[in-house]
Design a protein around this ligand. Structure first.
Ligand code: NAD
Length: 337
């Protein structure tokens, strides 16, 4: 069997390493492309049967139509989120879309905890101070996590892993999810309406997918409902928060600190070294000025275990599609709600 020909977009050296290992038997023919998939780069799919894409590749109706014309039958997302794919257009064109629903929820939950701990104890500032031989503590005051209230929005795989961590810290956990998770409830998380969660939480962490109903879930109104000075952490998708509203919240002190691993306009920034270039995104530039904001560039998933799982599940999806016409983890349009 020749295997599938797969054009793998947005690849970095680490993607190649983990995919080559998972494809050690040479089952599939992988063509690695550094470029993002966009309407302009579709021709680079050449004669591929499938495209493998990541979080910031553009898989809208126009791109899908162009891929269809080239004979592409499968879009294999190598991530959990699928907000960048027009699922209706894919369905109408008969293109299967699959994803990696679970690789390491721990990777993302643990990174969320890392942001939370760093924000609380100002580790980013302490690190810089000590390197300057400034050993003063003024300005680094934190709080005990034990006894505080953590609000977890979205208690799927990652949210549940984060609930376990927060319970371990001795926090009271409030949760909000249209589909409550029995494991989280058994751990002591109490499911409440979003407004109650925002009102009562010292730390709010977002773990829901980006859908039409979660876009700008954290807007001016939500920030006004939050406990004054609370910490907000977003490791889900950038557009779940309205960045401009959050900047206003930081300026007024409504938000006490902010941890971001994702950003609404990250597609033009993240996963590249732009250190020699002028930053044109003024909203992002403003975020960088706050001492109480820590931003990482979509690295929450980035552990060896997660990359191994991503590569293996993606190739298993593709292998199943090749042999049965069905991917293991197909994304259906029903998930759009
Ligand atoms: P999941 O599907 O297991 O869980 C998502 C949960 O969110 C579900 O329980 C769902 O019912 C809930 N939800 C849906 N709408 C909601 C709403 N309006 N309010 C509250 N909850 C809502 O997904 P997961 O694996 O836990 O991943 C969650 C998200 O994390 C992904 O969709 C993805 O966007 C993001 N993610 C980020 C990274 C990263 O590196 N930063 C990595 C993986 C996933």
């Amino acid at each position: 069997m020749p295997g599938m020909r797969i054009a793998v977009y947005s690849t970095q050296p680490y993607d190649r390493r983990f995919f080559d290992t998972a494809n050690a038997h040479g089952t599939h023919v992988l063509t690695y492309l550094e470029a993002r998939l966009t309407a302009q780069t579709v021709p680079t799919a050449a004669d591929a049967d499938a495209v493998c894409v990541f979080v910031n590749d553009v898989v809208n109706a126009e791109v899908l139509q162009a891929l269809h014309c080239r004979g592409v039958r499968l879009v294999a997302l190598r991530c959990a989120g699928f907000n960048n794919v027009d699922l209706i257009a894919a369905r109408d064109l008969g293109i299967t879309v699959c994803r990696v629903p679970e690789y390491s929820p721990y990777a993302v939950a643990e990174h969320t905890a890392a942001l939370m701990l760093a924000l609380n104890r100002k580790t980013h500032r302490a690190y810089a101070r000590v390197r300057e031989r400034n050993f003063a503590l003024e300005g680094l005051l934190g709080f005990d996590l034990r006894g505080k209230t953590a609000g977890v929005v979205g208690t799927g795989r990652i949210g549940a892993a984060f609930v376990r961590i927060m319970v371990g810290f001795g926090c009271t956990v409030l949760a909000h999810d249209p589909y409550p998770n029995a494991e989280c409830a058994a751990l002591g998380a109490r499911y409440v309406p979003l407004e109650e969660l925002l009102r009562a939480s010292d730390i709010v962490s977002l773990h829901c997918p980006l859908t039409p109903s979660t876009r700008h879930l954290i807007d001016d109104g939500a920030i006004a409902a939050m406990r004054r000075g609370a910490m907000l952490i977003n490791t889900s998708r950038g557009a779940v928060i309205d960045t401009r509203a959050v900047i206003n919240g930081l300026k007024t002190g409504a938000i006490g600190s902010l941890g971001l691993d994702v950003y609404e306009e990250e597609a033009d920034l993240f996963f590249r070294d732009l250190s020699d270039e002028i930053l044109h995104d003024d909203v992002f530039a403003r975020l960088l000025t706050f001492p109480n904001v820590i931003i990482t560039a979509h690295q929450a998933f980035f552990t060896a275990e997660a990359l191994t799982g991503i590569a293996e599940t993606t190739l298993a999806n593709i292998g199943a599609f090749e042999s049965t016409g069905k991917a293991l983890h197909k994304v259906s349009t029903e998930r759009l709600a």
